[in-house]
Design a binder for this molecule. Structure first.
Ligand code: HSE
Length: 427
């Protein structure tokens, strides 16, 4: 039976999870692969913490980069996250002929094209199933199972922390800060919480999915990325009255594979849509393909065991197929659609003076920009008080809608800022 020796970088929640999983699944793995996996070195910043989590002291090193050159393993598993030193570690490991398994979505979003090209040149695996949606096998699905499809769209709830926070705010009436603290305690959130709540983690994962679907590695700076930090309970309540749920959505779509609409923002979805029922830390990705029709991939997107499940599956893939086939995507020159050209419906919440004629002034600005109103909620207040006014508007181009919004904000009867949430009706 072959023994695959592994150097493991990082012994946090997932690293420790992988160690214990491989220990407890020796029989299952050997039955399925006719191999065994042995973690021969573990690099971590705090050896004391690692031993307290079960790492054997004699395998621990603090010299991270030595893992890449040390000939004592054929595989490097990188679970430290972030760009550096992960980038140097993986690049050097590939140059030294090692296969690499990583969960590092930030690194792949920034350097995926270069590292995958290097891995192909070195004829080594660079596998990253754990980088998007934890245990949900979406990377393999797009790369392999759906390889014969033209991908029409991908709509994903792919950040467990944000989905957890939004669910707790909606269903348990928790405030944002309490829900975030719970997500951290449960081990879902990134060390830097801004990666989660400001949408960057979702963007990194969306960039990876877009690269697999369309062959283009987008620059995060060039796409619309908005998070959930400023979501107000009021909007969750008004959205529910209008029949919508709020989710942080990654939207990746193209009709011709020449221009890609790729964006991340809070989105209102009809409560009847399947993605609206995805709660807590669960992730879900709805994929439409020209032959496939629609498919939904659903499961736990964060946490030690779900992520370990995906990392261990990549190790099994290496054991079963030690010589990688060429990558299933080829770089393309598709361009990104600017957000200003995107057509969407919008939810607009204004703070207005309760007085006759207010709605007429606002609707005439929208009409001048060719934007129609589909519904209005105007809770009753006392004449002269400031009250919320909620408008749902029909399809409009982002640039025209934002111009109208700016004009509306200058009206003396409106107290800025206007709250804008894009709406996806899946029609
Ligand atoms: N912080 C990430 C999330 C972890 O909440 O989804 C998994 O990538």
């Amino acid at each position: 039976m072959k023994t695959w020796r592994i150097h493991l970088a990082g012994f946090g929640t997932v690293g420790a999870g992988l160690w214990h999983h491989l220990e407890s699944h020796v029989d299952l793995i050997s039955r399925r692969t006719e191999s065994r996996f042995e973690i021969t070195k573990i690099a971590c910043r705090d050896p004391h913490k690692a031993t307290s989590r079960g790492a054997p002291a004699d395998r621990i090193t603090t010299d991270l980069l030595s893992l890449a050159t040390d000939p004592g393993a054929e595989i490097l598993v990188e679970l430290i996250g972030g760009i550096e030193p992960a980038y140097s570690l993986i690049k050097t490991a590939l140059l030294n002929g090692k296969h690499v398994v990583t969960a590092n979505k930030a690194l792949l979003a920034a350097h995926g094209e270069e590292l995958l090209t290097l891995a192909a040149k070195q004829q080594r695996h660079l596998l990253f199933e754990a980088s998007v949606a934890g245990a949900v096998p979406i990377i393999k699905a797009i790369r392999e199972s759906l390889a014969a499809n033209k991908i029409l769209s991908i709509h994903g709830i792919i950040n467990g922390t944000c989905n957890y926070i939004l669910t707790q705010m909606t269903e348990k009436n928790l405030d944002y800060a309490t829900a975030l603290a719970e997500a951290k305690q449960l081990g879902y959130a990134e060390a830097d919480e801004s990666l989660d709540v400001d949408g960057h983690d979702t963007a990194h994962k969306a960039i990876i999915l877009a690269a697999l679907a369309y062959g283009t590695w987008a620059d995060e700076e060039k796409i619309c990325v908005e998070g959930i930090r400023n979501i107000n309970r009021l909007d969750l309540d008004f959205a529910a009255r209008l029949g919508y749920s709020l989710k942080l959505l990654a939207i990746i779509q193209s009709t011709d594979e020449k221009e890609i609409d790729l964006r991340v923002h809070p989105t209102l979805l009809p409560q009847s849509h399947v993605l609206a029922s995805v709660k807590d830390v669960f992730n879900a990705i709805a994929v439409r393909g020209d032959a496939l029709g629609e498919a939904l991939f659903y499961g736990r997107g964060a946490g030690a065991l779900p992520t370990t499940s995906a990392v261990a599956a990549d190790l099994i893939e290496i054991a079963r197929n030690p010589t990688p086939t060429p990558t299933s995507y080829k770089p393309s020159h598709a361009k990104l659609k600017p957000i200003s050209e995107v057509i969407s419906r919008y939810y607009l919440r204004l703070n207005v003076i309760d007085r006759p004629g207010v709605l007429a002034q606002i609707s005439s600005i929208l009409a001048r920009h060719q934007i129609g109103i589909s519904s209005v909620i105007q809770p009753k207040g006392h004449e002269g008080d400031w009250v919320p006014l909620i408008l749902m508007v029909h399809d409009a181009q982002e640039a025209a809608f934002q111009n109208a919004r700016q004009e509306i904000e200058t009206l003396p009867i409106v107290a800025p800022p206007a709250i804008v949430i894009r709406v996806e009706d899946f029609e």
